[in-house]
Structures are given as structure tokens and as C-alpha cells.
Write a protein that binds this ligand. Structure first.
Ligand code: FE
Ligand code: FE
Length: 191
């Protein structure tokens, strides 16, 4: 059953991921389930998507790049320049081929969890924002507001988090993936 599958995956990830990453993963899984309850999304998709969203982070980014070459996962220039993005595509590959997830919706939610994208599916929105707000995340400016509105207005929560991510990267002099910018612009409403 799905429950047994989740238990097996969880056990495996508890060995592969660092302790903090694993705790984050569990936080995302249950936050995603709660959001699924709120927004009428399938909880049985939200749980595995949340559990596996960072499974590509089990090794350093150098090794993630090598694995992408091995599995013929094509990376954009921006992904090669920002290795922190790579675990999303790699994770979706591993979810499918190592953890037996065949559901396209779940795999897409893993692929888009880091940058978001315009016109996300509800499951994609849920994993994107659950990653941002899960209870183990350390408080950064704006997080409490996002947490307080996400169960009323998930699109606004996505806009605020994407805006915050762009600003954080720019302030740190870091490159911003064009897709993150597109996500921010798409979810901005006239204010
Ligand atoms: Fe991630
Ligand atoms: Fe994450």
C-alpha cells in the first residue's frame, strides 16, 4: 500500500539525508498534507511529493552534476551556474527510478519545487510553498506573514515567497534563476 511505500521511503531517506535535511523533509511532507486538505488536493500525492522533494540532495552538488550526466538529465546553463537548483530535476529522476513513483503530478511537483513556475498545478504550488514554510524553517523576515495567509491565499503566499527569494539572492550578489523571476511576476497581483 501507499502507507507501506511511504514508510520504506522514509526509512531509506533517514539513512541518506543529513539529520536536519531529513527533519525538513518530514516537515514539508506534513505541511503539504495539511495544504492538500485545505485546497482539495490529493493527500496521497502531497505526502510522497513532500517526502521526496529533496531526495536529490543526498550527495554534494558536484556529485549531483555527475549523476545528471550519468542519467542523461539535461541541465540548463542557469542550473549549471547555480548548483543549488540541480537537486530538483535529479530528485524527480530518483523518485521515479529508485523510489518507484510513476505519478507525473508528483514528479512535476518535485521538479518545480525550487524555482516554481508560472501557472503551477495545485500540487506544485503546495510543494513549493510547503518547502518555504514548514515548521523547522528558521524564521526569516516575512515568513510569519506568509504562514499566516497561506491557508487563505496560496497564490499570494507564493508571490511573497518568490519575491523574498529574488531579493535575498540579489542582496547576496547571487544569480537568480529566470524561472524564479517568472514565478514572482506571474503571481504578482495588482497591489
Ligand atoms: Fe529543495
Ligand atoms: Fe526543501
Amino acid at each position: 500500500s501507499m502507507t507501506d511505500e511511504l514508510t520504506d521511503i522514509r526509512k531509506d531517506l533517514s539513512k541518506k539525508l543529513k539529520k536536519e535535511r531529513f527533519e525538513h523533509t518530514i516537515g514539508v511532507m506534513y505541511t503539504a498534507a495539511s495544504l492538500a486538505m485545505c485546497y482539495g488536493e490529493d493527500i496521497q500525492k502531497a505526502l510522497p511529493a513532500g517526502l521526496l522533494h529533496d531526495c536529490g540532495k543526498y550527495c554534494p552538488s558536484k556529485d549531483q552534476i555527475k549523476l545528471c550526466e550519468k542519467y542523461v538529465i539535461s541541465l540548463t546553463e542557469s542550473e549549471l551556474a547555480m548548483p543549488a537548483l540541480i537537486h530538483a530535476k535529479l530528485g524527480a529522476y530518483l523518485a521515479e527510478h529508485e523510489y518507484g513513483i510513476k505519478d507525473r503530478d508528483i514528479l512535476d511537483a518535485i521538479i518545480w519545487h525550487t524555482t516554481g513556475r508560472p501557472a503551477m498545478t495545485m500540487l506544485e504550488k503546495i510543494i513549493y510553498i510547503a518547502d518555504y514554510i514548514e515548521p523547522n524553517r528558521k524564521i526569516i523576515p516575512g515568513l510569519e506573514e506568509i504562514r499566516s495567509i497561506v491557508f487563505q491565499d496560496i497564490d499570494r503566499a507564493i508571490y511573497l515567497s518568490a519575491k523574498r527569494t529574488v531579493r535575498y539572492l540579489e542582496d547576496g550578489g547571487k544569480a537568480v534563476d529566470p524561472m524564479t523571476v517568472s514565478t514572482c511576476e506571474y503571481y504578482r497581483k495588482e497591489e
